[in-house]
Design a protein around this ligand. Structure first.
Ligand code: PEP
Length: 265
C-alpha cells in the first residue's frame, strides 16, 4: 500500500525496474528473491520506493515471493487494457492486475507506441483504467532523436503531456507519474545528461501545472528513463526535479538494480 503523502514528496524517489520481455517466471522468482536479499543487506533505505515490473506471466509468482518475504518492493505491470473484461483476446485488464496487488502500471512506453501503434488517446484510456482500479500509472513520454536534433523536442514532449493531462479526470491528476524517456536514450547506452534530464522533467511539471492548475489534490512525480546504470545514477539523481528512474536493462541484474536503488540520498 502506497502512502501517497510520503510518496509524492519531491525528496521521495521511485526506482522502477521494467523487465520488458525478459525473465520467465522461474527466473523472475530467483531475481526477486535476490533483490529482496540485497535490499535486506542494505538495511533501512529511506526516501525511496522500489518497484519491479515483470511480464504478465510472472506477476503471480513475483507477488507470492514479495509477500512471503514481507518486502516493501512494489509490484508493477508493464501494460494493461482499459476494458475490465470481455472479448479482447490476448489482453490483460487493469481490473485483473489490481487483484494481484499490483500498485503501478507503465502505460504508453515508447516500445508500445512505436511497435504496437499506441497513441495518446489509447494511453489516456489505459491510465484512466489504472486509476479507476486504485493503482498508479507511470505514463511514458519522450522524443526521438529526430525531434532532439531538429530542436522541436520541447514542443513534442509538451504536446504529449498536454494531450493526456488536459483530458485527465481529477483522480488521475492526483495520482500521476510521468516518465521522461527520450527514445534515443532507451537501450542505447547513451543516457541524457543531468542538464537534459532536469530540463525535460521541469518542462513536464510546468506544462502539467499550466494545463490543470496546481490544486491541493494535484500530485505529480516525474521520472527519468534511458540507459540509467550504476555509473550515472548518482549524478542523474543529484537534482530534485528528477523524481526517480524507470530502469530497463540495468534492472535485470539484481546487483546493479539494487546499486541504483542505493544511489538515492
Ligand atoms: C526503458 O525501456 O524504459 C528503459 C529506460 O530502458 P533502458 O534503461 O534499458 O534504456
Amino acid at each position: 500500500m502506497i502512502d501517497k503523502e510520503q510518496f509524492f514528496l519531491p525528496s521521495h524517489r521511485l526506482i522502477a525496474g521494467n523487465w520488458k520481455m525478459n525473465h520467465n517466471h522461474l527466473e523472475a522468482i530467483q531475481v526477486t528473491r535476490k533483490i529482496c536479499l540485497r535490499l535486506l543487506e542494505k538495511g533501512e533505505l529511506s526516501n525511496r520506493s522500489v518497484s519491479i515490473h515483470p511480464s504478465f506471466i510472472a506477476l503471480r509468482s513475483v507477488q507470492t515471493v514479495l509477500e512471503s518475504e514481507g518486502s516493501s518492493v512494489l509490484l508493477g505491470a508493464q501494460n494493461c487494457f482499459y476494458e475490465p473484461q470481455g472479448a479482447f483476446t490476448g489482453e490483460v485488464s487493469a481490473t485483473m492486475l489490481s487483484k494481484l496487488n499490483v500498485s503501478l502500471v507503465i502505460v504508453g512506453h515508447s516500445e508500445r507506441r512505436t511497435l504496437f501503434g499506441e497513441d495518446d488517446q489509447l494511453v489516456l484510456l489505459k491510465a484512466k483504467s489504472v486509476v479507476a482500479n486504485n493503482m498508479i500509472p507511470i505514463i511514458c513520454v519522450g522524443e526521438s532523436s529526430q525531434e532532439r536534433n531538429d530542436g522541436s523536442y520541447k514542443e513534442f514532449v509538451t504536446k504529449q503531456v498536454i494531450s493526456i493531462v488536459e483530458a485527465a479526470p481529477k483522480e488521475l491528476l492526483s495520482n500521476l507519474i510521468i516518465a521522461y524517456e527520450p527514445i534515443w536514450a532507451i537501450g542505447t547506452g547513451i543516457s541524457a545528461s543531468l542538464d537534459q534530464a532536469v530540463e525535460a522533467c521541469e518542462l513536464i511539471k510546468e506544462a502539467t501545472t499550466r494545463a490543470v492548475g496546481a490544486t491541493k489534490e494535484f500530485n505529480l512525480k516525474v521520472l527519468y528513463g534511458g540507459s540509467v546504470n550504476t555509473n550515472n545514477a548518482t549524478d542523474l539523481l543529484s537534482h530534485e526535479s528528477v523524481g526517480g528512474f524507470l530502469v530497463g536493462g540495468a534492472s535485470l541484474d539484481p546487483d546493479s538494480f539494487v546499486e541504483i536503488v542505493s544511489s538515492v540520498r
